[in-house]
Design a protein around this ligand. Structure first.
Ligand SMILES: Nc1ncnc2c1ncn2[C@@H]1O[C@H](COP(=O)(O)OP(=O)(O)OP(=O)(O)O)[C@@H](O)[C@H]1O
Length: 264
């Protein structure tokens, strides 16, 4: 069982980008209140890819919304880059499961949206959108509208849009949850490539064990009622090579262990 932040990370070289200490969240409801999170503590190092895995309703999205500054917490401390989170910030990019592109804007305009808001000049915006269009392989669709794209393509635009703002952390809430298995797999591979190239710190929410093991360096496993972290798992174990599972035995062992935690 792990209910507190590991202490040994303080001795490691990488800087801590996200630090959550004893986070609790109580929602006010019609009939009173509902405790969604209890004493959640976790950390994410700079350039790390960390997943939060847990059953439906355990509070994964609540953690992400709090990190994004979209939801207030009841108690505890939530710091990103050393600063207490007090509201939304462009330093934290979000990618949700449902496609949140502006339908009246082209792919390029969607990617440039935040940059335009910041007052960036067109030439500079264009250079950035070109770079991210290329990164997600959508150069040919720069002038298309959201309705002309497949689900996977829309998520690629959403990722490009989030990254174009140069966030310090990328918060991803089941971004591939609505995609078919094949598209999901290719998106996972693309995301890993992007993460390696861009060196972004990523917090990834999922209830899919295979996905968490494939993508993450570390996984926080949660249980529900109230939402708590039950274990922190080191997943960075060369289970995969070039996107293919190479250590089947170890993978199955870890998967079984996580299933036992989820059914605990
Ligand atoms: N605004 C709200 N008011 C009251 N209760 C809420 C609110 N938002 C979430 N909850 C409750 O808090 C709990 C955690 O919700 P949350 O969406 O964070 O879970 P989750 O793990 O992301 O679930 P899923 O995987 O299904 O998206 C759930 O029981 C949910 O019903």
């Amino acid at each position: 069982m792990l209910s507190a932040v590991k202490n040994d990370y303080l001795t490691q070289e990488s800087k801590i980008e996200i630090e959550i200490q004893n986070l609790s969240k109580i929602y006010k409801t019609k009939n009173g209140s509902f405790q969604a999170l209890e004493n959640v503590s976790l950390y994410v190092k700079n350039e790390e890819f960390v997943s939060i895995l847990g059953p439906s309703g355990c509070g994964k999205s609540t953690i992400l919304r709090i990190l994004a500054g979209l939801e207030e917490h009841t108690s505890g401390s939530v710091k990103v880059s050393g600063e207490e989170v007090r509201g939304p910030s462009r330093k934290r990019g979000m990618v949700f499961q449902s496609y949140t592109l502006f339908p009246w804007l082209t792919v390029r305009e969607n990617i440039e949206f935040g940059l335009k808001l910041k007052g960036m000049k067109e030439k500079e915006r264009r250079e950035i959108s070109d770079r991210y269009l290329e990164l997600v392989g959508l150069e040919k669709f720069a002038n298309s509208y959201s309705k002309e794209l497949s689900g996977g393509m829309k998520q690629r635009v959403a990722i490009a849009r989030a990254l174009a703002n140069q966030p310090e952390v990328l918060l991803m809430d089941e971004p591939f949850g609505a995609l078919d298995a094949q598209t999901k797999q290719s998106m996972q591979k693309l995301l890993l490539d992007i993460w390696k190239k861009e060196k972004t710190t990523i917090v990834f929410i999922t209830h899919d064990i295979d996905e968490a093991l494939f993508l993450s360096q570390r996984i926080y496993v949660m249980e529900a009622r109230p939402g708590r972290i039950v274990e922190e798992i080191d997943a960075d174990l060369q289970l995969f090579k070039d996107g293919e599972l190479v250590d089947v035995e170890r993978f199955m062992k870890m998967k079984k262990h996580i299933i036992s935690l989820l059914h605990h």
